[in-house]
Design a protein. Sequence first.
Length: 325
Amino acid sequence: MRSILITGGAGFIGSHLCKRFISKGEQVICVDNLLTGNMSNVATLEGNARFRFYQADVSKHFEVKEPVNYVLHFASPASPADYQKYPIQTLKVGSLGTHNALGLAKVKGATFLLASTSEVYGDPLIHPQHEDYWGNVNPIGPRGVYDEAKRFGEALTLAYHRSHGLDVKIARIFNTYGPNMRQNDGRAIPNFIDQALKNKPITVFGNGSQTRSFGYIDDLLEGIEKLLFSSYNEPVNIGNPDEMTVLELAKLIIELTGSKSKIEFKELPRDDPKVRQPDIKRAKEILGWEPKVNIRNGLLKTIEYFKKMLPERKERKSNIHYGRS
């Protein structure tokens, strides 16, 4: 039985990873300060002897007594709404938090995986985006706090690999969606689904011609697991290369929900990427991975989850054992 520590483990992706590794018989240590994470995401793990939760801010020094074989650093606000609301916390968790998580992995002799992002490419000048592209990022723009935090995190991760011989992995995660996303998340898919189910106007920024490539959570989890247990140390794009415009996405969600919503256009935010599409050649060749869930099927599963959130779910009281960091 391996011990896997996941920072940001009560968040959208982190909670799915907790459940996935528990289901495979591993021991999971979930660390989260609950800034944007939610205990209800891991409520089904209550009472499991192989699951332990620590409420801690990884931007500050933290320790765990248990042995740790793998450290997965997923702690960070991830939507524009969140990291613009918490800009300093975002920079701290991407820098100090990454440093602390790497330090823990070094002390424990653990493999380290960084959850990076397609945002390291910024508003890209090449299309699709491959891992050797250095990006086009505005470091002082409203998105810069997230973009630069992740770029610094990648640099620090590889510095630990080169200086200390730490076994590291870097996943550049593209737009991902699925159950456990918050209704007020701020990203396109949860926003559109929530608005559509309530028959409210679908708010599309700009004219909707900007493109995104959306990957379903189950595909991402498989890619993360394959990368974690691989021998590869350089960044790998994990995303779905099927590209669509934001306007096409809005119309598809209206169709799938049977909504009466109309589309309402708003001003495009500053530095909003015009295109986003992963080149996944490296993932195919090195990991033998590629996505399997198409957008319609993934959206239908996500819509069913959001239907259960109406009216908005109430926080559950949890009996999960809290450790102290």
